[in-house]
Design a protein around this ligand. Structure first.
Ligand SMILES: [Zn+2]
Length: 300
């Protein structure tokens, strides 16, 4: 979906569920992160198309876990973004929630027409189906698959096309919710909370937008570097990218007190970490081992 849609949806969720503009802004900042995998990021175009990094690289549960260390609200933004993208079609490339682990499965059991594909003795785990090739070929040029073989259906897809009705409904609906939250009769308290919060409270979150926008700038320069308007500035993409990473590091340093406090809270309950970080992956691995023992084939 479009970036403004993710942004205002995250902001609206923050206002309605948490009631504080600074939290809403942190969620909205989180919604901008996943699409940083949108640009080529200096990967050759052909490799990018074959690897299908977009909607995988930063749209996954591991990025959610990583950003959770910074703040649960920041991570919630990443989650909401991926959730919204999961409503989008094959043509828009859905979301690969478990990247890079879903890539361990390299084969589909059936082709896009539902015909069984010959099994490969080297592979034991199969997806049920391949990506519908006809639809993938209608994707944006930079999202098409250029490999010879169709890629297994490892992504989550939905029914809404990018920039179409669902996308715009999310956008306009969220704007209306934000306006209601601030200005509806009886909600005057919300506006006074917003007006009464000292501007300095927004500095930390506000600073976080700078590296994200700089990184988007570098990515756009890389993506559109071949156009006459931007071609002569292409050499700037590396310094701008470097500046973005540096600013991101500075933001994390500025946020260090709340990050440390957050990490202490997370690790306060080691049982939860043990279950989430060790027992669940071990259980999944055991299921895979049992399902594929004695040369049996398993379908994901
Ligand atoms: Zn996205």
């Amino acid at each position: 979906m479009d970036l403004p849609t993710h942004f205002v949806f995250g902001f609206a969720v923050g206002l309605v569920f948490f009631g504080k503009p600074e939290i809403a802004l942190l969620i909205a900042l989180g919604t901008l992160i996943p699409d940083l995998d949108r640009e080529y990021w200096f990967i050759p175009k052909k490799v990018y198309a074959e690897e299908q990094i977009h909607r995988a690289g930063l749209h996954n549960v591991f990025v959610m876990a990583l950003t959770y260390l910074v703040s649960p609200f920041f991570s919630l933004g990443v989650f909401l973004h991926s959730l919204q993208d999961s409503f989008t079609t094959v043509k828009d490339r859905g979301v690969e929630w478990f990247y890079p682990f879903t890539r361990l499965v390299k084969r589909g059991l059936y082709d896009e027409k539902g015909n069984p594909r010959p099994l490969d003795p080297k592979e034991k785990i199969y997806f049920f189906q391949e990506d519908p090739r006809g639809l993938v070929d209608k994707a944006d040029e930079d999202l098409r698959e250029y490999g010879c073989e169709p890629i297994p259906w490892r992504r989550v897809y939905g029914f809404g096309q990018n920039s179409q009705i669902l996308d715009k409904s999310f956008l306009i609906g969220s704007v209306i919710i934000i306006l209601v939250w601030f200005f509806a009769p009886g909600n005057a308290l919300h506006l006074s909370v917003f007006a009464g919060t000292p501007i300095v409270s927004y500095y930390l979150v506000g600073f976080g937008f700078i590296p994200v926008l700089v990184l988007f700038g570098a990515g756009e320069l890389d993506r559109r570097g071949h156009t006459p308007a931007l071609g002569r500035f292409t050499f700037l993409k590396y310094p701008i990218f470097g500046a973005g990473i540096l600013l991101l590091a500075i933001w994390l340093v500025l946020m260090r007190n709340s990050i440390i406090q957050n990490i202490e809270t997370i690790f306060y309950n080691p049982a939860a970490i043990l279950i989430a970080g060790i027992i669940i992956p071990l259980a999944i691995l055991s299921i895979v081992k049992i399902k594929t023992r004695n040369d049996r084939t398993a379908v994901v």
